[in-house]
Design a protein around this ligand. Sequence first.
Ligand code: FUL
Length: 590
Amino acid sequence: MNKPLVLFALSALLCQSFHSCKSEEHEKVGPTPTADQINLQDMEMYAFLHYSLNTYTGQEWGYGNEDPQLFNPSHLDARQWVRTCKAAGMKGIIFTAKHHCGFCMWPSDYTDYSVKSSPWKEGKGDVVRELADACRDYGLKFAVYLSPWDRNHPEYGRDEYVTYFRNQLRELLTDYGDVFEVWFDGANGGNGWYGGANETRTIDRLTYYKWGDTYKMIRELQPHCIIWNDGADLRGDLRWVGTEAGNIGETNWSLLHSTGEVPWTHLHYGAEDGDVWVPGETNTSIRPGWFYHESEDSHVKSLSKLMDTYYKSVGRNSTLLLNFPITPDGLIHPIDSARGVAFKKMIDEVFAYNLAEKARRNIAKDAEYCEITLSFRQPTECNRFMVCEDIRYGQRVRKFSLEALVDGEWVALKDELAENGDGLTTIGRKRIICFPTVTVTKIRFTVTDSKAKPIITFSGLYDAPPLTADIPDSGEKYSSRLNVFMVGSNDTPSRSIMIDLEGTRKVKGFRYLPPQGQGAKGIITRYSFWAMTDGEWKRLDEGEFSNIVNNPIWQSVSIEPVRTTMLRIDAESLNSGERAVYEDIDIITE
Ligand code: FUL
């Protein structure tokens, strides 16, 4: 069998019930995926594991001066991580070998800021090795996240660091077997420890790392490895989807322009006229944060939220990269594990039986693009529709419609998870439409606009069971019942938020919810926290809200309790704009 035939057989296997509106010649239309990109997309779901010194400091972004002595897990068990991920339906694992703090989870030859300097296994351990071995044993693929931003390294910002970064990457791509993906985080907050310099260092995200040379090295060392990159001058093989909330656009082209900046809309929706194949990978965490925080034990995503994420990623022509944080003990928490397993079980249940298999299928010969009608002998309940294009020949379909014959009348079925009103747009590798349960005798799928004759390899109809056993979000409701006001005038935009406690209270901290929505301005990225005592403002704390722009969740700050009547939060820096903005603020009192 030649290569295309092998791939064809594989995708036919995935899309078990196989039928189509096929073009005769099967010519490629526009950019098409490589075999490695197809393999990656076929994985559908894989796990992220976030684990570093942050796990022991409660941070999301380490500053770079955290003590390696903190790393001493009592029960680190990479096999438990892999078993859990496998049971949750994940086909591979991407591990944070080095996060922004610079601490290496493997004993790199190029730094002592690693597990070598920790008490764990008396400095002889290698977390990356344990995970790579466990993945091999359980048949999961293995991959690495290596943060380009390094807040520990003294040379960060200069050429020497780029050599260091590449040396580390070479170790990871040489010593641990096959690596299916490399993840180069685009985050770059600027300030850091940098060998004691304690300063802000800015780099040009596009050019500083000289990605061309790095990509060349990756291709040589791991020819099948997929490159994920955010903010490089060269396109990777896979793109960020512009949010960490767990969804990609309903319209989702697996295409980008090969040159120029990538606007947010292209991250989220792809570029219909793009000249290079770069599918979207939806990354999100099973908890609000990426690293483990005990306070989030009651905020693990509910089953319905996870299913929503599945439909808005895998069901929208994207892969899903779902994060499980590792606890300070060195394990995946039982709550996350149970939720992950329930998630996989629910996906299996929803798609267990394809109702289309008991229908008569008619493919209209005279349709402009493609029209498939499924006819049932008995009225049939359904609420999910799945359709696949043969992406080896390019992503073609722009628009389609879905109609149901209900009590003798054709009604249009709408995507109940839709965020825009454009109707049903784009298909790609897999598209799932969720609609409220209807009882039908016929279902009609029609491609109404396409770049060329569509190649539909699969269509399926399902009746998803209700989420009776749902595990609810235990999200406490925070509200600012307090008197919160901004200080400033028309001339001096306010960067201070005052909270009048209307009497004396013992305060243990505060929570800040930044403004929500794409492109929000006025997000506080560094804060200071003040209390009025004896008529004077006293500074209680200051710090950073790490990763708040990409992941705009509640930020909690705890302090030594103080008694006070008035509090103030100052924005030491904002993401953009002049005025500090909040969606909500909550004061934690005793
Ligand atoms: C972001 C990082 O800043 C977060 O800490 C996390 O690693 C996430 C996956 O990517 O850009």
